[in-house]
Write a protein that binds this ligand. Structure first.
Ligand code: C5P
Length: 404
């Protein structure tokens, strides 16, 4: 239910705007209060009169009222809202949201929004598949915007493909699911390691790996959204978590260990999602290594500390420590052994053989193992959805539910 929720419904100029009337109606039926903000192009597709009649509120589209010059405060709307939903979201509106082009009331409202934002894209299949649209959507996702993926089907252009705005029922369900979860981890503290580590050879070179940090960042965002206080110890990564997650940026495994050590004692939950380099060069040269003066170069590597295993040695009762294992083959036996060896409470296993899982992918396919319950396997999902499953597991474990 959406009882009492304040929803800002942003409508942009797509033929799917006709569905926004049904959407507004459904939101109100579920108990929400709806404030519509429409772009100038949106008004070409659906009239403000229809929408204000449905929502019992004036529809906002201009910065100032043409009649009496009253200023429409996007800041106040941003504070009032429990969520903003942009449906339909055109390629232009998505692009403006991604790049802060605040030339209409919908975008200024979005930029003032303090609450979660959902977008339901609607556009022709080629626009939907264009790299600029894809990049803009991914950029918004990285900043915590939830994308309600368009479906495939018959489009206004008479072509068939991906780009149809989801049906109003599906969109409302996404909002209901979101609010149903609530802040079930309020008062808990979480520590997460994520990303690769870079182990320097000299001032310009390093040993590293292809981890993007996406899985750990998705976990940080999910825990934060559900009310936990989150500290993310992040190796070199181009990605950033949602505002509100504390980030400690590190480069090397040793720095990651020290930063994590400083925060682990106060954490109820620790998740080790980082792809830590197992070895580092025995020495870091002060000057750039030069081919001319070296001949054959032999690197000597020394072992890095195992952050998860080191910190698990001082684990207090009541703390929950979760690790990751990336294995070839099914990996169950290796993951089970790793769980014991490192002293963890659970391990999230992804197999290198599962297509679309692990490093560099937007998706992941996981199983969760504990020392004393059967392995639970999940289907291939976006890393954000996988984070939801892992956090569900964590929440039910710390609240003492059984997983048999
Ligand atoms: O041993 P392996 O690298 O497969 O273990 C993976 C798990 O251990 C992950 O949770 C990873 O974050 C953690 N790890 C660590 N420090 C290391 C190596 C791995 O915390 N040096």
């Amino acid at each position: 239910m959406l009882q009492g929720k304040h929803i800002v419904l942003g409508i942009s100029g797509s033929i799917a705007a006709y569905k926004a009337a049904v959407l507004a109606r459904l939101l109100i039926k579920r108990g929400a209060e709806v404030q519509i903000v429409i772009t100038p192009a949106g008004k070409e597709f659906i009239t403000p009169i229809t929408l204000s009649a449905l929502t019992s509120k004036p529809v906002i589209s201009e910065f100032f009222s043409g009649r009496d010059g009253t200023w429409n405060s996007h800041v106040d709307i941003g504070l009032w809202a429990d969520a903003m939903l942009v449906a339909p979201a055109t390629a232009a509106t998505i692009g403006k949201m991604a790049h802060g082009i605040a030339d209409n009331m919908l975008i200024t409202t979005y930029l003032s929004m303090k609450s979660p934002v959902f977008v339901a894209p609607a556009m022709d299949l080629d626009m939907c598949a264009h790299p600029s649209t894809e990049d803009n959507l991914r950029l918004l996702e990285q900043r915590g915007v939830r994308v309600i993926e368009p479906s495939e089907g018959f489009l206004a252009s008479h072509l068939e493909g991906k780009g149809r705005m989801q049906e109003p029922e599906v969109i409302v369900q996404a909002l209901e699911d979101f609010f149903a979860l609530g802040k079930d981890l309020a008062g808990r503290r979480a520590l997460i390691t994520a990303g690769p580590t870079y182990e320097p050879l000299d001032p310009v070179r390093f040993l590293g790996n292809h981890s993007t940090g996406r899985m750990g960042i998705a976990l940080a965002n999910e825990l934060h959204r559900r009310g936990a206080e989150v500290c993310l110890v992040l190796g070199p990564s181009a990605l950033r978590p949602a505002p509100g997650v504390e980030v400690i940026s590190v480069q090397t495994a040793q720095q990651m260990l020290e930063a994590s050590r400083a925060h682990v004692a106060s954490a109820d939950i620790a998740i080790f999602a980082a792809a830590v380099a197992d070895y580092r060069p025995a020495e870091r040269r002060e000057h750039k290594i030069k081919r001319e003066s070296e001949g054959e170069l032999v690197l000597q590597l020394v072992k890095n500390p195992d952050i998860a295993a080191t910190l698990a040695q001082d684990k207090r009762p009541g703390q929950l420590f979760v690790g990751f294992a990336l294995e070839s083959g099914s990996g169950e036996a290796e993951a089970q052994a790793k769980l014991k060896r490192k002293g963890l409470d659970a391990i999230v296993l992804n197999s290198l053989e599962d297509e679309g899982a692990g490093f560099g992918h937007l998706t992941n396919k996981i199983s969760i193992l504990t020392p004393d319950t059967p392995m639970r396997s999940y289907p291939l999902k976006s890393k954000e959805a996988v984070a939801g499953d892992i956090v569900d597991f964590i929440r039910s474990t710390i609240s003492g539910e059984t997983h048999a």
